[in-house]
Structures are given as structure tokens and as C-alpha cells.
Design a protein around this ligand. Structure first.
Ligand SMILES: C[S@@+](CC[C@H](N)C(=O)[O-])C[C@H]1O[C@@H](n2cnc3c(N)ncnc32)[C@H](O)[C@@H]1O
Length: 359
């Protein structure tokens, strides 16, 4: 099935939105004001998803992508325009998502230092019977081969090219269909097949921008002089490495070291988690609740803040939609005082944010 389109705006997922006669069509890899013909790939509840078949009017913002796989690959969303434009789209998305917080004028926007060659960890999928290895394009239900990926750090790109061209990825597979995780430690490339969790636990995929995020938070800690901090979804303590709080409890379900006075292994989504944490806290009261959940966010944020009553909540998020949901749930006197967008995932529609919430 095909249809014509005229893109009105970009949505928060980096898709162009076309609205014609009440019909909404989402298309990736287009830009506002572009027109043409699309192939419809999926339709549900009157909403359609398609891909460009013919581009009849192009935007002056369009450029030649720096990656030969861009058009087909689901990894990147914005390489058909400059980084300046990409960042402007991200700022607009951010403002739209958080417009319910109005008036909030205090927003920091921190762009990425490098647009390409930054990802130090990547998951590629394989299908042995179909002889396919690459990124999953779920809209088209296929695996796209990416022998010249531009988003990964060079050692990963080289390894992926080698394995793709030689087809040696097949030697690493443990199942007919699965995934390989590539991780550059700074010294070597490690590859892990079909593991449920990231090899050696979670680490930020953009080392350079991770440093920017840490420095941003360091400044907040310096200004606020928090004494007692509970850090949820702490991982290996990446965000607070330099900090010396009087009391600091780090919580995560994956820790390299056994739980001690400063850390707690806990499934934070379990109904018993809050009670477990309170037991560990004992009589300690806290002035800062720092959290950095995965994309699913932290639905129980309001319940936790009502119980723990921190003076400040610092919410680091990689998903603005679940963050908005959780911020909406917060009750007065908590108010969002400041927001920051940090572009940890340039070329894609994803970004990181920090919300500063206080009485
Ligand atoms: C976005 S990462 C942040 C980690 C750390 N703050 C950092 O900057 O490296 C999310 C963390 O949540 C942890 N996590 C995911 N689901 C969890 C759960 N149900 N309970 C506890 N921790 C969880 C992961 O192990 C991971 O360390």
C-alpha cells in the first residue's frame, strides 16, 4: 500500500508526522515540509507507519548522510540533516514534552561534542538460517547488515566489519537466532553472545558525554552540599564517583561487589523494595534522592518521596516520556525547579536529561 505525505513536524521519536484528511502517517528519515510518496508498512487504530518511496520536495535542511547504511538502518535518525538541526529538533521535543510544567525557564541544553564514532557498546542481532547479522529494523521485520557503522568507536567498527565480511559472526552464535553484544573497554573489544544483561554490568555508551554528565552533577552537588544521599539505579556508582557524602547508600540489582554498608542489591521494581530500603536506612534521614532508572522510569517515585521526604530529588533519565509520567505523579510541595537536556546519544532521537526537583 502507498500514500502521499507532507511532513508537518518531527515527533519526539525522530519521525516526521504527516496529517492528511484525518489520517496520521509517521515516516522516519524525512524532514519538515518534505513531500512525496510513502510505502505503508504498518497500520493500527487509524495511525500509519511508512517509509519514503519517492521524495518529491526536499527540505533545505537535508544533507547527504555520512553513513552509507543510514536510509535502511534503524540505528540513527538524524544523519540526513546537520547536527545543529538535530539538536534543535531535540530541544523542541524536550520543550513540547515538558510544557505541562510551565512556567519553567531554567533549562540547560548541552550538545554532544562528537556526533559519530562514540558508542562503546552495541547489540547486533543474528539469524543463522536467514544468514543475517546487524541491527533489527522492527518496522520492516528484517536485520540490516552494517559493515561500515559510523556510530560505534573505531575498534568496534573494525571488529563488526571484520565479522560481517568474513561471516565469522556465525562462529560466535549459540542459538539459531539471537544477539551479540560488542563492548569496547578502552583496551579491548569484548563480545558476548545471547546474555540477558550487559557484559560487566551497565555502563554509559558515550564515554565522552558521560564525563560531561558527571561534571554537570558534580556542580549541583557542590552548590547544594548534600550530606545524606540515597542513589537508586546506581550501577557501579558512575554518577557519584568523586563525591564524599556523610551518608551514601547506592542501590541497584546488579553490583560487582557484595552488598555492604554503602550498597544494597535490590530489585527496585519489586513491591517490597521500599520497605527493604527503609530497613537498611534505619534512622538516617536523607536530603537528596538521586535516581537514574532505565527507560521504563520509576512509576513509584511519588510513593517513595512521600515516604523518604528528601529535600531534593535529582532524576537522571534517558527516556523523556517515562520521566514526564513520573514528574506528573509528584505531589506538592515538590516542584521541578530546573531541567537539563544532555545529548548523550547524538545521531539518534534519544537524549539524557537531569531534573532538579525540590520543595
Ligand atoms: C541507566 S542505568 C544507570 C546506572 C548508573 N547510574 C550509571 O550512570 O552508570 C540503570 C541502572 O538500573 C539498574 N536496574 C535496572 N533494573 C533494575 C531493577 N529492577 N532494580 C534495581 N536496579 C535496576 C541497572 O543495573 C543499571 O545499573
Amino acid at each position: 500500500m502507498k500514500d502521499t505525505f507532507k511532513i508537518e513536524n518531527m515527533d519526539t521519536l525522530g519521525q516526521g508526522v504527516s496529517k492528511k484528511e484525518g489520517k496520521v502517517l509517521f515516516i522516519k528519515k524525512v524532514l519538515p515540509e518534505e513531500q512525496g510518496e510513502a510505502t505503508i508498512l504498518r497500520s493500527a487504530k487509524g495511525v500509519h507507519f511508512g517509509k519514503v518511496k519517492k521524495l518529491e520536495q526536499t527540505s533545505p535542511k537535508r544533507i547527504e548522510p555520512e553513513c552509507e547504511h543510514f536510509q535502511d538502518c534503524p540505528g540513527c535518525d538524524y544523519l540526513h540533516t546537520s547536527y545543529e538541526n538535530e539538536f534543535a529538533f531535540k530541544r523542541e521535543s524536550f520543550q513540547r514534552i515538558f510544557s505541562f510544567l510551565k512556567p519553567i525557564n531554567d533549562i540547560d541544553y548541552i550538545a554532544a561534542k562528537n556526533r559519530l564514532h562514540y558508542r562503546n557498546r552495541v547489540q547486533l542481532h543474528y539469524h543463522q538460517i536467514k544468514n543475517q547479522f546487524g541491527f533489527v529494523n522492527s518496522l520492516e521485520n528484517k536485520i540490516v547488515s552494517i559493515p561500515n557503522c559510523q556510530i560505534t568507536v573505531p575498534p568496534l567498527a573494525v571488529k563488526i566489519r571484520e565479522l560481517t565480511e568474513s561471516q565469522n559472526w556465525r562462529k560466535l552464535c549459540q542459538k539459531p537466532e539471537g544477539h551479540l553484544e560488542f563492548y569496547y573497554t578502552g583496551n579491548e573489544v569484548k563480545i558476548q553472545a545471547d546474555a540477558r544483561y550487559s557484559h560487566e554490568g551497565f555502563t554509559q555508551v558515550n564515554s565522552e558525554m558521560n564525563q560531561v554528565l558527571i561534571e554537570y552533577l558534580d556542580k549541583v552537588f557542590e552548590e547544594q552540599k548534600f550530606k545524606n544521599v540515597v542513589e537508586l539505579f546506581a550501577g557501579d556508582g558512575n554518577l557519584t564517583k568523586k563525591q564524599k557524602f556523610s551518608y551514601h547508600l547506592m542501590v541497584d540489582y546488579y553490583t560487582k561487589t557484595p552488598a555492604d554498608k554503602t550498597s544494597l542489591n535490590l530489585d527496585l521494581y519489586s513491591p517490597k523494595a521500599l520497605a527493604e530500603l527503609q530497613k537498611k536506612l534505619g534512622k538516617n534521614s536523607i536530603d537528596c534522592l538521586l535516581l537514574d532508572p532505565p527507560r521504563s522510569g520509576f512509576k513509584t517515585l511519588n510513593e517513595w518521596t512521600e515516604c523518604l521526604q528528601p529535600r531534593t530529588i535529582l532524576y537522571v533519565s534517558c527516556d523523556p516520556q517515562t520521566l514526564a509520567r513520573d514528574l506528573r505523579s509528584l505531589k506538592r510541595p515538590y516542584q521541578v525547579k530546573k531541567l537539563a537536556l544532555l545529548d548523550l546519544f547524538p545521531s539518534t532521537h534519544h537524549f539524557e536529561s537531569v531534573s532538579f526537583i525540590a520543595f
